[in-house]
Design a binder for this molecule. Structure first.
Ligand code: ADP
Length: 445
């Protein structure tokens, strides 16, 4: 019943998912990744640059000093613990800070320093003596807007003349009010209302427009339209900046409507490999046997932190219960939890308060928890048709580049069907997955 190929009961089914579900998923993933991440992701790929004017020299900086930032901002950057620009910042920052301002479309995976880059650009461009909005930043959700706002507040800590206001639901201003804050950050609907309906600010006075998380934004048609309507109200010479973690055709089409004559920067996601991973499988007959095998493994080797993936909420809940009865400190990540609850669980796990994180496949999709050295597939990852989900397998246990630490992956097999899945995964990656005898565990470690 809990075999790898069974349907994920109670989880949003990819077949009949609505646009809203999909957007919520993406926004939640993005938000969780932001909460999880405390440092830059490593990426050894080259940045690809496409300049609006291919003949103009391309500047890239290796230090923040070279950018001739205001001293308060340089202090803010160092105060955040940044020593040098990230890969994407090396080229993006000089473009964004150039005179006259240049438009930019930038794409790189989450955690590569996009937010920090555009926050620095906004803070650099505002004139603190002018008491009206000069920068607009739109984010797809309330949570993401607040998160970016925090970065602005942190980086601008030593620049208190610059003020920030949130155009988000619930933030009701009196009619006829004129904003004095230089930076407005918010979601598209409220932002549009503030510009067009309530006229709390004059869009003609905006000199920097940032659209963050474009790939999440376009998942909602309404957000797309609202963003475009805001953009249409801005002056011609307003700097337009757009950021996205992924770049499908649809994102690209939207980006071109928002950002005229753009410079384009792309940083490819670093390939994940299984080269530094020891992969094993354990043969069992039932979920109870899988649990027993798991206990044996725990008894035999020292596991700092492990993530365990299950196919259904029911299995995940059951397994978490059994593990805690055995005395393990277990965190459970499950689909019915609110984003905030999930974030709290991940936070505790990251802090080492719990050593085991049990989660469902659906729930963990798109979330990066890097420091985990042991990954256990209690159920193998399969797609909705029951075929091996190689991409998820790789993302779960793979490591990137030469920074990757060695890792251990253990796959639980409990039926002919799951053995078949395992074989196909093995063939796909052309890397041997060794049989592990859990009654004799000398061979691992
Ligand atoms: P993105 O917007 O691409 O997801 P962020 O700007 O949020 O990336 O940066 C990811 C993490 O790296 C954050 O914790 C941020 O504080 C940190 N970070 C950003 N730029 C730098 C830098 N130049 N040096 C060190 N850490 C940085």
């Amino acid at each position: 019943e809990n075999g790898a190929a069974s349907k994920p009961e109670g989880e949003a089914n990819t077949n009949n998912k609505t646009e809203e579900d999909d957007k919520d998923d993406k926004a939640a993933q993005s938000y969780l990744n932001k909460l999880i991440r405390s440092s830059l992701v490593n990426n050894t790929n080259q940045v690809e640059v496409l300049q609006k004017d291919p003949n103009s020299p391309l500047y890239s900086v290796k230090s923040f000093e070279e950018l001739r930032l205001k001293p308060q901002l340089l202090k803010g950057v160092y105060g955040m613990g940044f020593n040098r620009p990230s890969k994407i910042q090396e080229t993006a920052l000089p473009m964004m800070l150039a005179e006259p301002p240049q438009n930019l479309i930038a794409q790189s995976q989450s955690g590569t320093g996009k937010t920090a880059a555009f926050v620095l650009a906004m803070l650099s461009h505002v004139d603190p003596n002018k008491k009206w909005p000069q920068c607009l930043c739109v984010s797809p959700t309330y949570e993401l807007a607040l998160q970016t706002g925090k970065v602005i507040e942190q980086m601008g800590k030593d620049y208190p003349e610059v003020q920030l206001v949130y155009a988000i639901r619930g933030n009701k201003l009196p009619r006829g009010m004129k904003l004095q804050e230089q930076i407005v950050i918010g979601t598209p609907g409220t932002m549009l209302d503030w510009c067009a309906k309530f006229k709390f600010l004059d869009p003609k006075k905006i000199c920097v427009f940032v659209l963050d998380e474009a790939d999440v934004m376009i998942a909602t048609q309404g957000h797309q339209d609202q963003s475009i309507r805001i953009q249409r109200m801005l002056p011609k010479d307003c700097q337009m900046l757009l950021f996205s973690a992924t770049f499908e055709e649809t994102v690209w089409n939207f980006a071109q409507r928002i950002v005229p004559e753009p410079n384009i920067i792309k940083l490819k996601r670093e390939e994940e490999t299984l080269d530094t991973i020891k992969q094993y499988y354990v043969l069992c007959n039932s979920k109870e046997e899988k649990f027993e095998a798991l206990c044996n493994i725990y008894g035999a080797i020292t596991i700092a932190q492990a993530m365990i993936f299950c196919h259904t909420r029911k299995t995940a809940g059951w397994l978490a219960g059994e593990l805690s009865r055995e005395g393990h400190q277990v965190a459970l990540l499950s689909g019915e939890m609110q984003v905030e609850q999930r974030a709290a669980v991940i936070d505790r796990f990251r802090d080492g308060k719990e050593k085991v994180l049990v989660t469902t496949n659906v729930c963990a999709r798109g979330i990066d928890v890097e420091q985990v050295s042991v990954v256990i597939n209690f159920d193998l990852p399969v797609d909705k048709d029951g075929n091996p989900d190689n991409e998820t397998y790789l993302h779960r246990i793979g490591r990137t580049g030469r920074f990757g630490k060695r890792g251990l992956a253990i796959n639980m097999v409990d039926s002919k069907m799951s053995m078949n899945i395992l074989n196909r995964i093995q063939e796909h990656f052309n890397k041997k997955i060794e049989r592990l005898n859990t009654d004799d565990l000398d061979e691992i470690e």
